[in-house]
Design a binder for this molecule. Structure first.
Ligand code: GAR
Length: 177
C-alpha cells in the first residue's frame, strides 16, 4: 500500500475526510501520521481517529525534513498547511496541496473570502503539485461551482463539501493509477 503523511495547521476537516475515505476503502493508502506546525483542532481529530501525530516546534523546517526522511512517504499531502515549505523538502518528496479557489486566481490566505469579496460568480477548488512558490505548481484537478446569489457562509460550506469529496479521490488516483 502506498504511504502518505498529512500536514495541517488548522481545523483539519480535510485530514478527517482523508482518514474517513481511507477507512471506507475509497482511498487505498496507509496514513502514517498527521504533522502540524502548531496547536490546532486537527490534533483533536487525530486523537479521536486514532492516527498518530507530531507537532513541530519553532525550528520546524529541519524537524520536518528529518521526520520525512524517517517515514519516507510516497506522497506528502498538504491539508490546510499554512507554511511555505523550503526547497530541500519540495525537491525531495512528491507533495500535493488543495487550495479553495480556481488557481491562479486568489492565491494565499482566505481565498474563499477573497473570491467572494471580488464578486466572482464562479469559484471552486484546485488540487496541485507543490513547487517552491505559494499556491503554484502543476494543476492536477479543478472543480468549479456557481455561487451567484449565495451568501458567504453558503459558499464556504459548498467549497468545503467539494474539497472533502474530491481530495481523497484525487489522492487515490495519484497513488494508485
Ligand atoms: C481548506 O479550505 C484548504 O483548501 C485551505 O485551508 C483550508 C483548511 O481547512 N488551504 C489553503 O488555503 C492553502 N493555501 P481544514 O483545516 O478544515 O482542512
Amino acid at each position: 500500500l502506498p504511504r502518505i503523511v498529512v500536514l495541517a495547521s488548522g481545523n483539519g476537516s480535510n485530514f478527517e475526510a482523508i482518514v474517513k475515505a481511507q477507512r471506507e476503502g475509497k482511498l487505498r493508502a496507509e496514513i502514517l501520521m498527521l504533522v502540524v506546525n502548531k496547536e490546532c483542532f486537527a490534533i483533536e481529530r487525530a486523537k479521536r481517529l486514532g492516527i498518530s501525530y507530531k507537532k513541530l516546534s519553532k525550528d520546524w523546517k529541519g524537524e520536518l525534513f528529518a521526520l520525512l526522511e524517517e517515514l519516507s512517504p510516497d506522497l506528502v499531502v498538504l491539508a490546510g498547511f499554512m507554511k511555505i515549505l523550503p526547497p530541500n523538502i519540495v525537491n525531495k518528496w512528491k507533495i500535493v496541496n488543495i487550495h479553495p479557489s480556481l488557481l491562479p486566481a486568489f492565491k494565499g490566505k482566505d481565498a474563499i473570502k477573497q473570491a467572494y469579496e471580488y464578486g466572482v460568480k464562479v469559484t471552486g477548488i484546485t488540487i496541485h503539485y507543490v513547487d517552491e512558490g505559494v499556491d503554484t505548481g502543476p494543476i492536477i484537478f479543478q472543480h468549479a461551482i456557481n455561487i451567484d446569489g449565495m451568501s458567504f457562509e453558503e459558499v464556504e460550506e459548498e467549497i468545503h463539501k467539494i474539497e472533502h469529496k474530491y481530495y481523497p479521490i484525487i489522492i487515490d488516483k495519484i497513488l494508485n493509477d
